[in-house]
Design a protein around this ligand. Structure first.
Ligand code: HEC
Ligand code: HEC
Ligand code: HEC
Ligand code: HEC
Ligand code: HEC
Length: 445
């Protein structure tokens, strides 16, 4: 054996070398004849094709509304055929437990549903528009649009409506199921990859695509179309995808999922979660060296260090940066409280949307402001604190205005009253610090 091997090898080496030389000559010839093959334009055009394939997939995946799923494949059990999140959860326990806690599962809570329930009869087209993002499966819609030959649209009761599914908001199926076929991300590997018992029914597996990991997957719901929707001071009311796109995170290839679904968790934490927000911003409060004994300056910096878009991104939250003077018993000295507001203040007034200010912090940028007081003799400390009101716009402007309307149904009114109460419970203190004043000055007096 050993002796034969080298001669065989050398014969093969000759053959391979001849082939390589031939190939080289062919490439050299092509270089002269079709030079565009070897220039950058080929790279670019393949990027364009790749983006086109992604766009085609996502356009089909995110039709508005998502078409009816249609007939169930004959080999599916009742459990595999069900669109209910609880059914998915009987096999996908981890994702279900996360999703149930997330705001996606509450997207048809009293705030949205309280408005939509009255639109169904008053302006069904608007109801359907809201539901393309808040409950996007056709099986969730109370009415379906029917376009006549002359272009007129009428709305008819939806015979496929599943009333229970309707209020489940953004279900597993909204992101993962089309015509009963499952779609998902490429299989994860490593110790954290989800494993299933071998005998478990699996709805014929899943079609796996990398598009589940792209920011564009979230875009249709988290970005209002800048070409085709209301602009206030030049910006759509919701601009999250474009804010991300213009940030260093997009340039570094960090998608929404890398932050909001890391380890493929289904929690989608955001402005409503104190710990989560703490991980995204850095706050520092500092006393300026006191030059005179009778006045004091405090500098507060808030850095958007790890939020992938503006902090905060939506028009509804407000972040109050506050400071006040305290006496030696930690009692606030009346009239010394001051505040700055981080947020985008837009409101509907006198029949139009107006922007009053936009102080949101772009990714990587800093909000820096100073507080200054003339010191009363009994001042001992400065208290600096930051309060986040995630639903400020709804609680202070929108729901109270909505409840003044005369055309609400009893059910709609009751839901909005509930939403008003709930939106008042979400504020929290993000940051608090006490800065002692220099006692050498106060003891002088
Ligand atoms: C009877 C159990 C069962 C039910 C019910 C079920 N699945 Fe699955 N699912 C599986 C199994 C098993 C796999 C693994 C298939 C494979 O490896 O190809 C799977 C794979 C998937 C995948 C691919 C990702 C992965 O972990 O491999 C997605 C996404 C998915 N299911 C979504 C859903 C959704 C959404 C529902 C409800 C509408 C659902 N499934 C209902 C058993 C189930
Ligand atoms: C079908 C539409 C839809 C899709 C797709 C979607 N979202 Fe959402 N998302 C919503 C809606 C509607 C809400 C508000 C739910 C509520 O509070 O009622 C929301 C809420 C959130 C929140 C919580 C916001 C807060 O106020 O704290 C985060 C974070 C989030 N989504 C991230 C994502 C990410 C990341 C993706 C892509 C993987 C995604 N979403 C895909 C519609 C969608
Ligand atoms: C293009 C998708 C889209 C459309 C259309 C849409 N929303 Fe939303 N909605 C969202 C997203 C995303 C959020 C969460 C935003 C965030 O926190 O950044 C949200 C948040 C809300 C909230 C606050 C969350 C809650 O549960 O209280 C209410 C209320 C709401 N929407 C009502 C409506 C109503 C009513 C309509 C129709 C007039 C509508 N939305 C249309 C995407 C949409
Ligand atoms: C808003 C869209 C959305 C909703 C709603 C949603 N998912 Fe997902 N799901 C995703 C995305 C995006 C990924 C891929 C995340 C990644 O790769 O980082 C994913 C991944 C998965 C995977 C693969 C997990 C793994 O470890 O490989 C399973 C299984 C799954 N989802 C099941 C579910 C189930 C069950 C529900 C409902 C309880 C659900 N999903 C709700 C968007 C969604
Ligand atoms: C680098 C990490 C990171 C990336 C990337 C990222 N986010 Fe966020 N996101 C956060 C943090 C941290 C918060 C909490 C602070 C806040 O609310 O702005 C947040 C908050 C949110 C909120 C709550 C609403 C609000 O007004 O702030 C939504 C909705 C959201 N993100 C959606 C998205 C979407 C959609 C993308 C992709 C286009 C994305 N995020 C990309 C980290 C990230």
């Amino acid at each position: 054996m050993r002796k034969i091997l080298p001669t065989r090898l050398s014969k093969r080496t000759w053959f391979v070398s001849a082939l390589l030389i031939a190939l080289f000559l062919l490439i050299a010839l092509a270089w002269f004849l079709i030079p565009s093959w070897f220039t950058g334009s080929k790279q670019e055009s393949s990027d364009v094709t790749r983006n086109q394939i992604q766009e085609d997939f996502l356009t089909k995946h995110w039709q508005r509304p998502i078409p009816l799923q249609g007939p169930v494949p004959a080999n599916y059990s009742a459990l595999e055929a069900s669109l209910k999140p609880e059914s998915c959860g009987s096999c996908h326990k981890k994702q279900y437990a996360d999703w149930k806690e997330s705001l996606h599962s509450r997207a048809m809570g009293p705030g949205p549903w309280g408005q939509i329930v009255d639109m169904v009869s008053n302006s069904p087209d608007e109801a359907l528009l809201c539901m393309t993002c808040h409950a996007p499966l056709s099986e969730q819609l109370p009415v379906l649009a029917k376009v006549a030959a002359n272009g007129d649209t009428t709305y008819e009761a939806n015979p496929h409506l599943d009333k229970e599914l309707q209020l489940k908001g953004i279900t597993c199926a909204a992101c993962h199921v089309r015509q009963h076929q499952r779609f998902g991300p490429p299989k994860a590997d490593g110790p954290n990859a989800t494993k299933y018992p071998p005998e478990m029914p699996n709805h014929d597996g899943a079609k796996r695509t990398p598009y589940f990991d792209r920011a564009e997957f979230c875009k249709d719901c988290h970005q209002f179309d800048p070409e085709n929707s209301l602009l206030v001071n030049g910006k759509p009311l919701q601009d999250t995808y474009r804010e991300w796109q213009n940030s260093m995170w997009a340039k570094d290839g960090v998608a929404c999922q890398d932050c909001h679904m890391s380890s493929r968790r289904h929690l989608w934490k955001g402005i409503h979660d104190k710990e989560w927000v703490r991980g995204g911003v850095q706050v520092a409060a500092q006393l300026r060296p006191q030059r005179a004994k009778d006045n004091v300056t405090v500098e507060v910096n808030v850095v958007n260090s790890a939020v992938g878009h503006r902090f905060p991104t939506y028009i509804t939250p407000k972040v109050f940066v506050r400071a006040a003077l305290l006496d030696s018993h930690d009692e606030m000295l009346p009239g010394t409280e001051k505040e700055y507001i981080i947020g985008r203040d837009v409101r509907f007034e006198d029949g139009e949307w107006k922007e009053f200010f936009d102080t949101r912090i772009a990714p990587g940028k800093t909000f820096a402001e100073k507080f200054q007081w003339e010191l009363p003799p009994n001042a001992a400390k400065v208290r600096v604190w930051i309060e986040v009101h995630p639903d400020h716009f709804y609680h202070v402007y929108f729901y109270p205005d909505h409840l003044k309307r005369q055309d609400l149904s009893a059910a709609g009114r009751q839901l909005i009253e509930k939403a008003l109460a709930e939106s008042g419970k979400t504020p929290y203190t993000l940051f608090e610090e006490f800065l002692p004043l220099q006692t050498t000055y106060t003891s002088d007096r």
